[in-house]
Design a protein around this ligand. Structure first.
Ligand code: KG4
Ligand code: ZN
Length: 350
């Protein structure tokens, strides 16, 4: 089944062609350079950039996949969660294409896409076959969730963040350290050179016996530390201080993810752990989660490439293929609407 997939949920315009779970192309046009001077994503700028770029991104995806548009059998599009006016651009394009090509449309939840990114087969890679029940740890710029998946397409949220998402915390702390936006990946580079015990930070919700997350406290503690060190910004941070602050922050941010994941593994019997979302590219997190899974005799699955960790349309196409197996097609294409607050455990009925 040849699927053309589209994702415009935030600040990346992406289109991909997949055949079943095999990625033929995955084009991502990043808008970082348009937003970074503002220190965050500006929705109206994102919308305009999606509108300007979407046709070229789709053409490039078809061209790289060497698939003529007439060969597309299914169109898939992200309907939420994300920025309303950004999502709208992709949804409109997906509907137009499905109607024009007279092909079925599949509406995919963006977080379901991140979860299914581990099933995306890039060149030479075998299909991941995690045994059920699966626990998924979804870590992105806007979400931090533990999801139980008893079978394909059945999701139960076990825990989620009460305030900021982990990726958001990385970005906010990176900005505090003067590392630009989005700074998660840069911060982790600095952390490599730093002393992770230089500053002591408290692990959030340490005593709470649930599976929720909280990142706003660490962010505030970091802001306080930076103020102290720079004597209310009388001077700037040295490179060593930046590295030590980055390492100390990363340590506690990841410890929090590990604690909650460990608790989930103790509470529910699962055979596999799937990790998805932008923060799943973090090598320190990968190493620690691998260790945890070995201790619990659980197999672990990550997206096989960096481009599959970040926002991309290939993961939407792969999730759509599994939805197609369950015949989850949009019934009334023209009635499909974006849902900025869509939740992975509520399946769309349209
Ligand atoms: O999944 P994603 O591309 O977009 C959303 O759906 O939000 O995630 C982006 C997030 C950003 O917050 C970015 O800073 C973070 O993922 N990120 C990282 C790393 N690479 C990207 N955070 C920590 N370590 C990394 N290596
Ligand atoms: Zn995402």
């Amino acid at each position: 089944m040849i699927i053309l997939a589209i994702d415009t949920s935030c600040d990346d315009t992406s289109a991909a062609v997949v055949t079943d779970t095999v990625v033929l192309s995955n084009v991502i046009s990043s808008q970082t350079e348009l937003h970074n001077t503002w220190g965050g994503v500006v929705p109206i700028i994102a919308k305009r950039a999606h509108q300007e770029r979407i046709d070229a991104v789709i053409s490039k995806a078809l061209q790289l996949a060497k698939v003529p548009i007439q060969s597309i059998e299914v169109v898939a599009v992200t309907y939420g969660p994300g920025l309303a006016i950004a999502l709208e651009v992709g949804v409109k394009k997906g509907k137009e294409l499905a109607l024009q090509l007279r092909k079925p449309l599949i509406a995919v939840n963006h977080m379901e896409g991140h979860l299914y990114s581990v099933f995306a087969q890039t060149k030479g890679k075998k299909l991941a076959r995690p045994q059920f029940p699966v626990l998924a740890l979804l870590v992105s710029g806007k979400h931090t969730e533990l999801v139980l998946m008893k079978e394909h397409g059945k999701f139960e949220i076990l825990g989620a963040t009460l305030d900021d998402a982990v990726g958001e915390a990385f970005d906010k702390v990176a900005r505090l350290l003067g590392l630009g936006y989005p700074g998660g990946a840069v911060l982790s580079q600095y952390a490599k050179q730093g002393n992770l015990n230089a500053y002591s930070l408290t692990i959030p919700l340490h005593q709470r016996k649930d599976l929720d997350f909280s990142y706003s406290g660490i962010k505030t503690a970091m802001a306080r530390l930076v103020k102290q060190i720079t004597m209310n910004e009388e001077r700037s941070l040295t490179r060593k201080e930046i590295s030590d602050l980055a390492a100390s922050f990363q340590k506690v941010a990841i410890q929090h993810l590990l604690e909650r994941t460990k608790r989930a593994l103790q509470m529910v019997e699962v055979k596999s752990l799937i990790v998805g979302g932008g923060v799943s590219a973090n090598l320190h997190l990968r190493k620690e989660l691998r260790k945890l899974c070995r201790q619990h005799h659980v197999s672990i699955y990550f997206p096989s490439k960096k481009t599959l960790c970040m926002d991309n349309a290939a993961m939407i196409g792969v999730a759509a293929w599994y939805k197609a197996q369950r015949k989850e097609f949009v019934q009334d294409i023209s009635a499909l609407e974006r849902n900025p607050r869509a939740s992975i455990d509520v399946q769309i009925t349209m």
